[in-house]
Design a protein around this ligand. Structure first.
Ligand SMILES: [Zn+2]
Length: 579
């Protein structure tokens, strides 16, 4: 009870309390550098810094300290997602170069949404225990906007690259100026000009999109053609004391990038199994690699409509972007939707994806065994890879590659800090480091799922109950149950409803009351209708009431209904159907 009071207090008066010392007593520390647990420690936080760590029995807690009892709990460094893109929403309309749906949602509207919801995205990262994010390719406008969130209690620490310096610019992004995530570089002189422009907005690193094959189908010849520009960018970046991140997914582009000074490879090599020489090259050059194992499947599974969201995705992911991924099922342009679906589900595509995934995983294992530093990153923001909620999927894929739990935890904490040479500032639990930590209810070294069992997030020395970070609007609650309905996931479907839920045929014919009743009503529907899909044709929000005009496909029959959802105290309490 006392702890809860402190938490409430701290959320209201965070600035007063930063000065008070926090004692996390008798806790088990995750020593991610040495990959072991250290039990019975008391960690003292002063301001936003870990000021002392002592064996618990040697500590006398001062009367005015804030005490967090740590017995039975696990204190780990906050997680880092070392590869994200704030300028991308994770939804269906975010990459018009991959699927052009601008006739349904203009790219300016998509970008406006993404800017408007940046705070929400930041809160979701922190809720997932991710206290640091590295955006490896954004827009000038996002570089400007992030200044609002520096040191915000609800936001992770944000590092950002400028727009991608690229040898190829996709057509939909031309002429977007400060709204473009791509800066086409046409010559070495142009590279210097573009970098000078980006530096005005204080990026923490720069990034090259090393895309080959536009000039010739010979991959190596193309890679070598662009190399002078790539080399100029690397040298110019280092001359300005910044790190150079490079997108290079072929063995030859990755090798040329590293040989010429790339600090951070932001993807796996996916076209061949890398040689021992390649592994030694990365190790010798201290190049860090971020495998991004899941982002490819995010696209393919969205296009093929083979999305498998689990309960956690449905409850913690952004409900609107998650919902948009299902829009392909009801787009008026059925020819376009079907062509993508056909492509994604073709045996050739399935075989290629399998090959790609197998190669990336084998390469990851080989690099880890060879001692190369690996940093966890999702590439979130791309279509089908949602911000924050995709992190555990990436971790699972790393585990499937053969990495140990401890190797993955180190990749998700200390190695993220190493990307920017910040390991003296954060990434481990040591005296003098930033108090950006997660207090877990169970041991993640034993089971990585335990990274989601977060009791407290400590961000810049401020205690935050993760459940307080996101407050769902009535519209978000309705969208969440809609997504779960479409994924036929009963647990996630019932969550936005109150225990006192009542369903009516308008105006007053009660058809179900309470969650057990709802389970009966919807359980059979979910089980017997694999193609069940509900589309919101129109939505009106009036205060706590959300009115959806819904079109539902059940057993290949189309039904329409006007559905009114009444929300009270954070839950849906009453639903009225007008058929
Ligand atoms: Zn990326």
């Amino acid at each position: 009870m006392l702890l809860k009071i402190i938490l409430l207090f701290s959320l209201c008066f965070t600035y007063d309390l930063v000065a008070a010392q926090i004692y996390i007593t008798d806790v088990t520390i995750g020593d991610v550098a040495n990959q072991k647990l250290i039990p019975h420690q008391t960690v003292i936080i002063t301001g936003d810094i870990i000021s002392r760590i002592l064996p618990a029995e040697k500590v006398e807690v001062p009367a005015n300290a804030i005490v967090i009892p740590g017995a039975g709990k696990y204190l780990f460094p906050g997680l880092t997602d070392a590869h994200i893109h704030f300028s991308q929403s994770g939804g269906l309309y975010t990459r018009p170069d991959a699927i052009d749906l601008r006739k349904y949602k203009p790219y300016e509207d998509e970008m406006a949404w993404t800017h408007d919801h940046l705070e929400d995205v930041l809160r979701r990262y922190l809720q997932a225990g991710i206290t640091t994010v590295i955006d490896v390719g954004t827009t000038i406008n996002f570089l400007k906007q992030r200044e609002q969130f520096r040191n915000a209690s609800f936001a992770p620490t944000i590092y950002m690259a400028g727009p991608l310096l690229t040898t190829y610019e996709p057509a939909p992004f031309k002429d977007l100026l400060d709204n473009s995530p791509f800066n086409l570089v046409t010559s070495s002189a142009d590279a210097k000009k573009q970098i000078a422009h980006q530096l005005d907005y204080h990026p923490d690193l720069l990034k090259i999109w090393y895309i080959v094959g536009q000039d010739t189908s010979d991959t190596e010849a193309s890679a070598r053609n662009y190399l002078p520009i790539v080399k100029t960018i690397i040298d110019e970046t280092h001359r300005n004391h910044l790190k150079m991140a490079i997108h290079a997914t072929e063995r030859i582009t990755a090798q040329l990038a590293v040989e010429n000074g790339c600090d951070y490879l932001v993807h796996s090599v996916d076209d061949e199994i890398v040689s021992d020489d390649f592994v030694r090259l990365l190790k010798k050059k201290n190049t860090i690699l971020c495998p991004t194992l899941i982002v490819h499947d995010g696209y393919v599974n969205t296009f093929g409509q083979k999305l498998h969201f689990n309960t956690d995705d449905l409850l913690t992911g952004d409900p609107f972007q998650l919902g948009s991924l299902l829009d392909l099922q009801h787009l008026p342009d059925t020819a376009l939707a079907n062509s993508y679906k056909h492509y994604a589900n073709a045996p050739k595509t399935i075989a290629e994806s399998h090959q790609l995934n197998t190669t990336m995983r084998a390469n990851l294992k080989k690099l880890v065994d060879g001692g190369v530093t690996i940093a966890t990153g999702t590439d979130a923001g791309n279509i089908g890879t949602l911000h924050a909620s995709s992190y555990m999927h990436e971790i699972k894929a790393m585990q499937e590659s053969g990495m140990t739990n401890w190797q993955i935890i180190t990749a998700s904490t200390l190695n993220g800090a190493k990307v920017l040479d910040k390991e003296k500032e954060f990434g481990t639990i040591d005296e003098g480091k930033k108090a950006s930590l997660i207090l877990l209810n169970a041991n993640p070294a034993e089971n990585l799922e335990h990274l989601t069992h977060i009791d407290l997030v400590i961000n810049h020395g401020i205690l935050i109950d993760p459940d307080t970070l996101i407050k769902d609007s009535p519209e978000a609650l309705v969208q969440k149950q809609l997504n779960a309905y479409n994924c036929r996931n009963m647990d996630a479907f019932l969550e936005p409803y109150g225990d006192d839920i009542e369903l009516y045929i308008y105006p007053n014919q009660l058809i179900a009351s309470g969650k057990p009743d709802m389970m009966l009503t919807y359980g059979e529907l979910f089980e017997t209708n694999p193609s069940l899909h509900c589309e919101v044709v129109n939505r009106t929000v009036q205060g706590d009431t959300v009115i959806d005009q819904e079109r539902v496909v059940i057993n290949n029959k189309i039904m329409e209904a006007k559905v009114t959802y009444e929300v009270n105290d954070g839950k849906i309490r009453k639903v009225y159907f007008q058929l």
